[in-house]
Design a protein around this ligand. Structure first.
Ligand SMILES: NC(=O)c1ccc[n+]([C@@H]2O[C@H](COP(=O)([O-])OP(=O)(O)OC[C@H]3O[C@@H](n4cnc5c(N)ncnc54)[C@H](OP(=O)(O)O)[C@@H]3O)[C@@H](O)[C@H]2O)c1
Length: 321
């Protein structure tokens, strides 16, 4: 089978499509014929350096790719819920045989790592959903269900999380502002943002406006800077950004709540918990993933460069055919 392999850390040039042996599923695993996989920030980070700086120069994960969609090609003897031919998708980052492995024609995954794909959802759409979709759900509803009339701001709005979060928010009566670079504004307006802000020209944390909920995918400031932009009782939920900033949310979160009545939260992804909810929203016609591409596996280096440059709209998807 063909797979996107790397033997060392580095830029997208270290990625090579090679022929390797097709894996065989263990007792409780499925062999999935992967049709599409999407690039996440974790793939980008892991491409370049180890997650922990322990001095190892050879990557443990040689085939990246956590968010996959495909068809079950074989099942292990202990598999209970799937059969050959089922169309499935999920996030393998915590599962897989040793984890990851999605940028390949086949991957073995424990059956708990995937759920069934709705028939009308394409493989490309399904591959776009797992990490970004669930971070969107877990961030957007961090303070409970949205309420009519709320003002919401999404920072990093034109990427994977933001383009899903806006759609999940907009079927309720809320006003949503999106912050990203201006080249993405046309797409952002088309999927429902009421207002847009170019982060290169305006600091939303200093423009005097207040929001009931801020969902941030690119935290760059201290928690105190963001609480200024929250309405009384408001919530700021971050899913990612500058690591040293994210630690401050853990350290100062309790103290901010006690002194201001506002909440700041760091969301840790709960894998595959909210895929059934995303299926429901898709089937109700309230969610259509924004796909950049799809790229072919042979174009994976280009797809990674595009992702790394931040020029993508929504999710960068790679197909294996
Ligand atoms: N919490 C967890 O457990 C967990 C798990 C997985 C991933 N993550 C994190 O979750 C986030 C995933 O976000 P995503 O998939 O939406 O990423 P994405 O697709 O890369 O989108 C991020 C968007 O933010 C824009 N951006 C860059 N810098 C910005 C800034 N300073 N202010 C505002 N916008 C900015 C980017 O556009 P330009 O670059 O063109 O400006 C891009 O459109 C990542 O930070 C990732 O590390 C967290």
């Amino acid at each position: 089978m063909k797979a996107l392999i790397r033997d060392r850390y580095g830029p997208p040039d270290v990625l090579e499509v090679r022929d390797i042996d097709r894996p065989a599923p263990k007792e409780r695993e499925l062999l999935v014929r992967v049709h599409a996989a999407s690039i996440n920030d974790w793939d980008w980070q892991m491409l370049q350096r180890p997650m922990l700086p322990l001095g190892f120069n050879t990557p443990r994960v040689r085939i990246l790719g956590s968010d996959i969609a495909g068809r079950v090609a074989a099942v292990g003897s202990g598999v209970q819920h799937f059969t050959v031919g089922d169309e499935v998708y999920g996030d393998l980052s915590r599962f897989g045989s040793g984890g990851w492995g999605g940028f390949a024609e086949y991957v073995c995954v424990p059956e708990v790592a995937v759920i069934r794909k709705p028939p009308r959802m394409t493989f490309e759409q399904a591959a776009a959903l797992p990490q970004a979709g669930q971070l969107a759900v877990q961030g957007l509803f961090a303070a409970g269900p949205l309420r009519s009339g709320q003002k919401i701001l999404i920072n990093g709005a034109g990427g994977g999380v933001g383009t899903i979060a806006i759609q999940l928010a907009k079927w309720q009566d809320v006003e949503v502002t999106g912050v990203d670079s201006a080249v993405k504004f046309e797409m952002m307006r088309a999927i429902g943002f009421d207002h847009v802000i170019d982060y290169r020209n305006e600091n939303f944390a200093r423009n005097g406006r207040r929001y009931d909920l801020i969902l941030d995918t690119k935290t760059t400031r201290s928690p105190f800077a963001y609480t200024r932009s929250l309405s009384p009782g408001g919530t700021y939920a971050t899913v990612g950004g500058d690591l040293s900033r994210l630690f401050q949310f853990v350290i100062f979160g309790w103290c901010i709540r006690q002194t201001t009545g506002k909440t700041v939260r760091l969301i840790m992804l709960k894998q595959n918990q909210d895929l059934p909810y995303l299926n429901e929203r898709f089937e109700a016609g309230q969610l259509i993933p924004v796909i950049d591409g799809p790229y072919r596996l042979s174009e994976a280096r280009e797809a990674f460069r595009h992702f790394g440059a931040g020029t993508h709209n929504g999710k960068v998807v790679i197909t294996m055919e």
